[in-house]
Design a protein around this ligand. Structure first.
Ligand SMILES: NC(=O)c1ccc[n+]([C@@H]2O[C@H](COP(=O)([O-])OP(=O)(O)OC[C@H]3O[C@@H](n4cnc5c(N)ncnc54)[C@H](O)[C@@H]3O)[C@@H](O)[C@H]2O)c1
Length: 325
């Protein structure tokens, strides 16, 4: 098959491209390299089954030209991470909602299978444990910019599901919980690579808030496997599906674990949310996925544990430091 992967030069997208090529498919990437990097896919360029186009998903003509010959579209291009959305809210909202609208329009016109990566952020301020797909989403005030990411991604889901409802376009909306692994950078606030970078360079490991909030982290290889299987699963069409790992850890414990794993002398410092992000910043205390639906549809159960993830990220960041030295 021939897949178009928007955002394919990003962290998750580049692992997805490798997997699709390994499975014998043709892959075209459309990426503007805004948060992704050529280095993530440069090693694939010699492969005759791989093609890279550097452009934005906001270029409607380019998107149509690339969607038409593809069999299916993985739409991963997006502004990612709360920090980026707070710093560049206009660009972020336009990229998320505008980009999805354009790619989805083309998929609808040419009747292509369409997967868009949504996020557990959509659950917003909900406090249920664990979160299941049909739980209410609890949105924060529009004056607090961080909620723009959740709001825009929720609109992506609404639009994709509307296409399924009206014309049975085969759409799938995996809601990814925190995804981690090699190639993820700490630049946009992602906590594990940020802590690992700080630990390796001997800088203070900076925990935002009091650190009692907890998160669940899933290895990118488990996530990519789920994305591929979901596009092959007819019962997943027209659905939102949680993908993540239910193993939970507080951010304080995570900082300690990374400090000990790297043998770092870095102190652990707490920074108030107002200073780390913006005044009035709100965070959720826990965010745990209910994976019942993913298990039923595709037999999903994450294979890799938090220690596997941390070892992989530490190895990756150590290599990057040696390479850049
Ligand atoms: N990493 C996570 O924990 C996580 C969690 C939930 C959802 N997601 C979703 O997964 C997807 C991939 O995220 P990621 O973690 O790999 O982030 P990433 O930033 O590495 O990947 C996003 C890619 O999209 C590209 N991009 C951004 N704007 C673009 C545009 N206008 N045109 C073309 N390309 C553009 C970037 O250059 C980048 O390569 C995103 O849709 C994100 O919302 C990620």
């Amino acid at each position: 098959m021939h897949f178009l992967v928007t955002g394919g030069a990003g962290f998750i997208g580049s692992h997805l491209c490798e997997r699709l090529l390994r499975d014998g498919h043709n892959v075209t990437v459309l990426d503007d390299l805004s948060t992704g990097a050529y280095a993530n896919v440069g090693h694939l360029e010699g492969n005759p089954s791989f093609r890279m186009v550097i452009d934005t998903v906001l270029n409607r003509e380019r998107v149509e030209e690339l969607v038409k010959p593809a069999d299916a579209v993985f739409h991963l291009a997006s502004a990612v991470g709360v920090k980026l959305v707070i710093e560049q809210p206009v660009k972020a909202i336009k990229t998320i909602m505008g980009g999805t609208e354009i790619v989805l329009d083309a998929a609808a016109r040419f009747r292509k299978r369409f997967l868009v990566t949504s996020t557990s952020e959509v659950y917003g301020k909900g406090s249920k444990v664990p979160f299941s797909e049909n739980d209410d989403t609890v949105q924060g005030a529009t004056a607090i910019r961080r909620w723009a990411y959740a709001g825009a991604k929720a609109m992506d889901e609404f639009l994709a599901l509307a296409h399924w409802h009206e014309t049975r376009l085969p759409v799938i909306c995996p809601r990814l919980f925190n995804t981690v692994g090699p190639r993820q950078t700490g630049r946009y606030g992602m906590v594990i690579p940020r802590f690992v970078n700080q630990a390796l360079s001997g800088e203070p490991i900076t925990v935002y808030g009091d650190g009692t909030q907890s998160r669940c982290f899933c290895h990118v290889h488990d996530v990519v496997d789920a994305l591929v299987k979901l596009t092959e699963c007819r019962d997943a069409f027209g659905r939102v599906v949680n993908i993540g790992n239910p193993e939970e850890i507080t951010i304080n414990a995570l900082a300690e674990r990374i400090k000990s794993l790297t043998g770092s002398a870095s102190p652990i410092r707490h920074i108030p949310y107002d200073v780390a992000y913006e005044e009035g910043f709100e965070d959720m205390v826990r965010r745990v996925p209910d994976l019942t639906l993913a298990a039923k549809l595709i037999g999903f159960a994450p294979r890799l544990r938090l220690d596997d993830i941390l070892n992989d990220v530490v190895g990756d960041r150590r290599n990057a430091r040696t390479f850049n030295a």
